[in-house]
Design a protein around this ligand. Structure first.
Ligand SMILES: Nc1ncnc2c1ncn2[C@@H]1O[C@H](COP(=O)(O)OP(=O)(O)OP(=O)(O)O)[C@@H](O)[C@H]1O
Length: 271
C-alpha cells in the first residue's frame, strides 16, 4: 500500500446554500462547517434530500456558496478545477471515444504524449478489470463497466481531491459489491483524499475511514464517526462486531435526523 496523499485538505467554514424555488427560498445548507482529511476516505451520509449532492458540488466548484467559504489546501474554491474531480451516477464518458481514449483523455490534456497516455490508460483499465475492452465505445458496455471506466478516468489524473456522488446507486447487489471491491483496491493503492457520498450504511462502513453524518435540512454536520477497521478491506469485515456496532450507530443517527425532517416545518428564511 502506498503512503497516503497529504494534499486535498478541504474545509467548509460557515457555508450556507439557498436555492430560489417558485419564489421561495429553499435553505439547503445553513452554517455548515466540516473538514475532509487528506489521504482518507471521507464518506458523507445524511437523510434523503438533505443536500449531500449540493455539498459535493460546492466542493467541486460547480455551485457557489450563498455564504461562507470552501477551501482546499488553504485556497478558496471559486470554480471547477482539474484538481478536484467528480464522478457522478450518470455516465460522463465521451460517447464518441473508445474506452482507452476516454481514460487517456486527462493525461493527454495535461500534455502527456499519446503513447505514454495510452500505456497508462491501459494499466488503469486493467486495474478495474476492463483489460481487453480498450476499443469498445461506452454504449457497448454495461452500466457497471461504464462506472468502473469512469473511476479509472478520474484516478489516472491523480487529482488533489476525488469526489464521488453515489457512483454505484442503482446497480444490482452483485454489481455494486464488485464495484466496491474494485474501488477499494484503487483507493488503497494511492490513498487519494476522497469524498464519497452514499445513502447506504453498509457501503459507508465498508469504505470509510471516517463518516461525516449530516443533519436534516437546513443541513450541517451532525457528527463524525470513525471507522477504524483495518485495510485492505473486504466485504466480510461487515460481519465483525465492531462494524456491526458502527452500522447501528449510523442507522440510529440517520433515523433521528430523518425523523426531525418530518417534524420540521418547511424552511422559509434565508441562511
Ligand atoms: N439546482 C438546484 N436548484 C434548486 N434546488 C435545488 C438544486 N439542487 C438541489 N436543490 C434542492 O436542494 C435540496 C437538496 O438536494 P440534494 O440533491 O443536494 O440532496 P441529496 O441529499 O443529495 O438528495 P438524495 O438523498 O435524494 O440523493 C433538495 O430540496 C433539492 O430540491
Amino acid at each position: 500500500m502506498a503512503a497516503a496523499r497529504t494534499d486535498g485538505h478541504t474545509r467548509l467554514d460557515g457555508v450556507g446554500k439557498v436555492f430560489a424555488r417558485a419564489g421561495r427560498a429553499d435553505v439547503v445548507l445553513r452554517d455548515c462547517s466540516l473538514e475532509l482529511l487528506p489521504g482518507r476516505l471521507n464518506v458523507l451520509i445524511g437523510p434523503s434530500g438533505c443536500g449531500k449532492s449540493t455539498l459535493a458540488k460546492l466542493i467541486a466548484g460547480y455551485l457557489p456558496p450563498s455564504v461562507g467559504q470552501v477551501s482546499v489546501d488553504g485556497v478558496a474554491v471559486t470554480g471547477p478545477s482539474a484538481e478536484r474531480l467528480m464522478v457522478f451516477q450518470e455516465t460522463a464518458l465521451f460517447p464518441w471515444m473508445t474506452l482507452l481514449d476516454n481514460v487517456a483523455f486527462g493525461p493527454r490534456q495535461a500534455g502527456v504524449s499519446p503513447g505514454e497516455a495510452k500505456e497508462r490508460a491501459r494499466k488503469f483499465l486493467a486495474r478495474v478489470g476492463l483489460q481487453g475492452f480498450d476499443r469498445r465505445y461506452p454504449e457497448q458496455l454495461s452500466g457497471g463497466m461504464q462506472r468502473r471506466a469512469e473511476v479509472a478516468r478520474a484516478l489516472i489524473n491523480r487529482p488533489r481531491l476525488l469526489l464521488l456522488d453515489e457512483p454505484f446507486r442503482g446497480l444490482d447487489h452483485l454489481s455494486r459489491g464488485l464495484m466496491q471491491a474494485y474501488f477499494l483496491d484503487l483507493f488503497e493503492e494511492d490513498r487519494p483524499t476522497t469524498l464519497f457520498v452514499t445513502s447506504e450504511v453498509d457501503e459507508a462502513v465498508l469504505l470509510a475511514d471516517r463518516v461525516i453524518v449530516l443533519t436534516h435540512k437546513p443541513t450541517t454536520q451532525r457528527t463524525v464517526v470513525e471507522v477504524p477497521l483495518p485495510r485492505p478491506r473486504t466485504a466480510g469485515m461487515l460481519e465483525l462486531e465492531q462494524a456491526v456496532r458502527i452500522k447501528r450507530q449510523l442507522l440510529d443517527l440517520l433515523h433521528e435526523e430523518s425523523g426531525k425532517a418530518f417534524a420540521a416545518p418547511a424552511p422559509r428564511s434565508a441562511a
